[in-house]
Design a protein around this ligand. Structure first.
Ligand SMILES: [Zn+2]
Length: 163
């Protein structure tokens, strides 16, 4: 194998071609979690920093993690073809904040357009296994309080309204 081939493979395995958007919860027991906290947690796991592409904090601040063309570390089997968005808070305890939704919807709309991602490809982490035909009842991410179907319907509405 030539050095060029090796370089191409290296780029390839670090790259991301987004066809899906996967929503997560930080599932933190406390309020006020930041992207810096998540970056620290993921480094503790031996990862190259925050595994998400975006973190939306409690107050709706959109914080940039990995660049979109870089492979994430957030959803097994999907990391080479998805954008990972983490919402701080704990989705099993309460739904995302209104401020977080206010930030999330325009971002999703923008990303769906930019990468030509259909609304049906905006999914919760817990939905990945079901796509493969084997739903995992133990995985709740982005949280039991978060209704992904309603989120997609609202997003669809927003995108249609903007046309
Ligand atoms: Zn998750």
């Amino acid at each position: 194998m030539s050095l060029f081939d090796r370089a191409v493979i290296k780029v390839h395995i670090r790259s991301n071609w987004p066809k899906w958007i996967v929503i997560h919860t930080a599932a933190a027991d406390r309020l006020g979690v930041t992207i810096e906290d998540i970056d620290y947690w993921h480094r503790q796991l031996g990862w190259a920093g925050c595994g998400y592409h975006v973190v939306i904090e409690d107050d709706g601040a959109i914080r940039a993690g990995r660049s979109y063309d870089r492979r994430g570390a957030h959803a097994r089997g999907m990391n080479h073809k998805s954008i990972g968005i983490c919402m701080t808070g704990h989705g099993d305890v309460r739904d995302f904040n209104p401020a977080q939704y206010d930030a999330l919807f325009p971002l999703l709309e923008q990303l769906c357009r930019r990468f030509n991602i259909p609304v049906d490809h905006v999914i919760g982490h817990r939905e990945i296994k079901a796509l493969a035909g084997a739903p995992d009842p133990h995985k709740s991410c982005p949280g039991n309080k978060v209704v992904m179907k309603a989120l997609r319907n609202a997003l669809r509405q927003e995108i249609n309204d903007a046309v």
